[in-house]
Write a protein that binds this ligand. Structure first.
Ligand code: SF4
Ligand code: SF4
Length: 460
C-alpha cells in the first residue's frame, strides 16, 4: 500500500525517467520550433540582448541552436547548457513574437532534455529532489536555516533592514543585499488556517508560495487581510509547497510534475471559488505552466488541473475584478482609516510574468490608486525586466545587476517614496538595486507589494 502511494506521488518523476520520456520531450520540441520565422523581432524586447548585443543571447539565436538539438548534445552538451542558461525566462520575447512561438515552453523543455542527458549535479539533486519536492522537509530545513542565519548572513542594515552574505564566498564577494529570511514563516504564523468561513463573499484559497512564506510573510498577511475586508472566506491549506518553477527552470521536470500533482490533490479536498496568490510567478506557473507542461494524458486528472488553473487569480485581479474595488483612493476601497495629509508618491514595476505572460497591468495600478495616503506616478518603461530571473541572478549576478541598474534609475527618476511590485522576486532584486538610492525627502526608497499599501489603509 505504502509503495503504491509513493508511486502515485512520484508519477511525474516516473514519466520522465529513461529514454522514452526524453524522446517524447524531443518530439514535442521539434514541432514547437518550426513556428519560428527567424524575423528577429524578439531582439527589441530581450533585456539580455539589450546589454550584450549577442545574437546567441536572444530567443532567435537560442531557437536556432535548439534545431538539431540531438546532434549538439553529443558534440557539446555543456556548451548548449551554458547558452540556454543565459536567459531570464522573462517571456519578453514571447510577448512580442508575431509568430506565436511558445518560447518559454521550448526553453523549459530543452532544459529538461539537457538535465536528463547530462544529469543534475549532486547539490542540485539534493536541493530539488530531497528538499523542494517534499514541502514538509523543505519547510523544516528553511526554518532551521532562518534561525541560524547569523552564521551565513550579516546583521541587518539599520536603514534598509537588508542583509548580505558572509558565506558562501561566491555570493559574499558580490556585494549583493537581500531581505533577511523571516524568523517565523507565514504558514507558521497563522494559528488558524481558515479565516471567517461564514463570510458571505467568495471562498478563496490562498496559495502562499515560497518567497512570501519564507521572506515576505508581511505580504501574505496583507493579502489575507485584504481578502477578509472584501468579505471573502479565506482558506490556507497546510502542507502547501513550491509552485515548481525553480525545478522546471533547472530541467527537473519530474520534481515539477510531482509538485503539480501534490497541489492538485491537496486543493481538490477543498471547495472554493478562487485560488489567490500574491506572487506574479506563482500565478503564471499555476495558470499557464501547470497545464502546458503537465505530461500525462489521464483525462480526469487533467480536468482537475485545468479547473484549478482557471480558478487562479493574482490578488490584484481578485480585488479589482471580482471584489469590485474602485479607484480613486478612498472611494469604494473598503472600510478605511482616515486619510493622512501628506501624500507619498508610489510607482509600480510590472513583473514580467504578470504583465507580459498574463496581461495583468491595469489591476495593480487600480489597487495602488485606491490606497489612501499614496499618489500613483508611472515610471519610465515600467514593464522593462528588473533582471532577477530566479537562478539567473545567482549564476549571472553581473548581468542581472546591469539590467537591474536601469530599473533602479527609472525608479529614482520617478521621484517616489515607494517602489511597488506584484512579485516578491522582483521586490528582492529592486531592493538590492536601490541600495543607496534615496526618495526626494532623503529617506531610503521603500520597496513594497501593492497589497501591503492597500492593507495599511484598512481598519484593524
Ligand atoms: S521567436 Fe518569434 S520574434 Fe523571435 S525570431 Fe522567432 S518568430 Fe521572430
Ligand atoms: S525569455 Fe527573456 S531573457 Fe530569455 S530570450 Fe526571451 S526575452 Fe531574452
Amino acid at each position: 500500500m505504502a509503495i503504491q502511494i509513493w508511486k502515485k506521488k512520484r508519477r511525474g518523476a516516473r514519466f520522465f525517467k529513461g529514454p522514452a520520456g526524453l524522446s517524447a520531450l524531443m518530439a514535442g520540441l521539434e514541432k514547437d520550433l518550426s513556428a519560428c520565422m527567424r524575423c528577429g523581432v524578439c531582439q527589441s524586447a530581450c533585456p539580455l540582448f539589450r546589454q550584450t548585443r549577442r545574437e546567441a543571447d536572444v530567443a532567435r539565436g537560442k531557437l536556432a541552436l535548439l534545431e538539431g538539438l540531438a546532434g549538439h548534445l553529443f558534440r557539446d552538451s555543456r556548451g548548449v547548457d551554458e547558452r540556454l542558461d543565459r536567459c531570464l525566462l522573462c517571456g519578453s520575447c514571447q510577448a512580442v513574437c508575431a509568430g506565436g512561438v511558445h518560447v518559454l515552453a521550448i526553453f523549459l523543455k530543452a532544459r529538461a532534455i539537457l538535465a536528463g542527458y547530462r544529469r543534475l549535479s549532486f547539490v542540485k539533486k539534493i536541493i530539488f529532489r530531497t528538499m523542494l519536492a517534499r514541502p514538509g522537509v523543505f519547510d523544516k530545513i528553511t526554518a532551521a536555516a532562518a534561525k541560524f542565519q547569523g552564521v551565513f548572513l550579516t546583521g541587518e542594515d539599520p536603514e534598509t533592514g537588508s542583509v548580505s552574505f558572509k558565506i558562501p564566498r561566491s555570493l559574499s564577494s558580490q556585494g549583493r543585499r537581500i531581505p533577511p529570511p523571516a524568523r517565523t514563516p507565514l504558514r507558521d504564523s497563522l494559528p488558524d488556517l481558515t479565516r471567517n468561513p461564514d463570510n458571505p463573499g467568495p471562498r478563496a484559497v490562498f496559495f502562499t508560495g515560497c518567497l512570501i512564506d519564507k521572506i515576505y510573510p508581511r505580504v501574505g498577511h496583507a493579502a489575507i487581510q485584504a481578502l477578509l475586508s472584501r468579505e471573502a472566506a479565506v482558506l490556507v491549506p497546510k502542507n502547501q509547497g513550491c509552485c515548481g518553477i525553480p525545478a522546471l527552470a533547472a530541467g527537473e521536470i519530474g520534481v515539477f510534475s510531482d509538485l503539480v500533482a501534490h497541489h492538485v490533490r491537496l486543493f481538490s479536498k477543498q471547495e472554493f471559488d478562487f485560488l489567490i496568490t500574491a506572487c506574479a510567478t506563482c500565478a503564471f506557473a499555476i495558470q499557464k505552466l501547470w497545464p502546458a507542461m503537465w505530461p500525462e494524458t489521464d483525462p480526469e486528472f487533467r480536468k482537475r488541473l485545468e479547473r484549478l488553473s482557471e480558478k487562479t487569480l493574482d490578488i490584484s485581479q481578485f480585488l479589482v475584478n471580482v471584489a469590485g474595488l474602485e479607484a480613486p483612493a478612498g472611494q469604494g476601497g473598503g472600510i478605511r482609516k482616515k486619510e493622512s495629509a501628506g501624500q507619498k508618491i508610489v510607482t509600480y514595476h510590472d513583473p514580467c510574468h504578470l504583465a507580459k505572460s498574463l496581461g495583468v497591468r491595469r489591476e495593480p495600478r487600480e489597487l495602488l490608486r485606491a490606497c489612501p495616503g499614496y499618489e500613483f506616478r508611472e515610471m519610465a518603461a515600467p514593464d522593462q525586466c528588473c533582471g532577477m530571473g530566479g537562478s539567473f541572478n545567482l549564476s549571472h549576478y553581473g548581468l542581472s545587476s546591469r539590467i537591474g541598474a536601469e530599473k533602479a534609475e527609472h525608479i529614482e527618476a520617478a521621484e517616489c517614496h515607494v517602489a511597488a511590485s506584484g512579485c516578491p522576486a522582483c521586490m528582492i532584486q529592486i531592493s538590492d538595486m536601490l541600495s543607496g538610492k534615496k526618495a526626494p525627502d532623503g529617506s531610503p526608497i521603500r520597496v513594497a507589494h501593492p497589497v501591503e499599501l492597500y492593507a495599511e489603509g484598512l481598519k484593524d
